[in-house]
Design a protein around this ligand. Sequence first.
Ligand code: URA
Length: 283
Amino acid sequence: MDSASRGNLEAWLRFADDLGLGPFYLDRSVRAAALRDVAGAPASLSQRVETPVKMPPAATSSRPSAVASAPEASAPRFAPSAPAPSLFESSNRIEGDTLDRIRADIGPNCTRCKLHKARTNIVFGVGNPKAQLVFVGEGPGRDEDEQGEPFVGRAGKLLTQMIEAMGLKRSDVYICNVVKCRPPENRLPEKDEIATCSPYLFRQLDVIGPKVICCLGACAAQTLLNTNQGISRYRGEFFDYRGAKLIATYHPAYLLRNPNAKGDVWKDLQKVMALLGLQPKRR
Ligand code: URA
C-alpha cells in the first residue's frame, strides 16, 4: 500500500476508534496477552524488554472498576477485561524507582521495537515529577519527534489551552505517552510496540503517583485499562488505577477534527478539576 493510502486508512481507523466503534480491525486480545507476558511471565515478547520489569500492567494487579459515581453501578456498561494472574502480584512497584532511572533504563538509543528505525528523539515525558495530574497520550508526532517533548504540535497547543483553562500551567502537570518513539506517518502504535514500551509508562505513573490520570484517546485508555473497548463506552467515568483515579477523554487531535466534541472534553476536565479542587481560569 502506498503511504498516502496508508495515511487515509489510518485516519479512517483512528476516527472509527475515536467513535468507539470497536476493535474490528485489530486483535487486541493478543495485545492484552502480550502485556501480561511482559508483566508477569517469560514469553517471546517479554524477552524484547531488556530491562527487567518486575511489575504488571496496573490493570492486572489492581483491576480498574468504575467508581461509585458511575451512572449504572449495578450494571456497568463497561467491564475491563479480567485480570490475569501475575507472578509479581505482591511486588509490583519497583523499590526506589525514579524517573531518571526509568529514562536511563530506556537508554539513549533504545532499539527494543521497530519504532526506533524512523525516530529522531525518544520522547520520554515532561512536567512536574510530583504532579497530581498526569496526561497520557498515544505516541509522539512529527513535532514531538523533532523536539523530544510530548504534545508540542497542534494537538499539543490545544492540550496546553485545556490545561490552562483548568487553572493550571503545563509545568504543573506531567505529560507522557504510551510509546516513546514516533510511529511512522503518525499511524497507531502497534500491539508489539505498546507491549514493549508500556512498562516504562506504568513505572512513570508509579513513580509520580498522581491523584488523577487523564488518558487522551483510546490508545492510552485501552493500554491502562487493559481493554479493547472503544473510548466512548467509558469516556468521562472514573476508574481506580493503582491508587489514582483514571479518566479517559478524547484526544486533542480528535478535537481538532471534531470541534463539536470539545464540550464533552470540558465536562470531563471539570470532573478532574472537582476531584483536585481546582477553579477554572478566569477569562
Ligand atoms: N499526540 C500524542 O498522542 N502524543 C504527543 O506527544 C503528540 C501528539
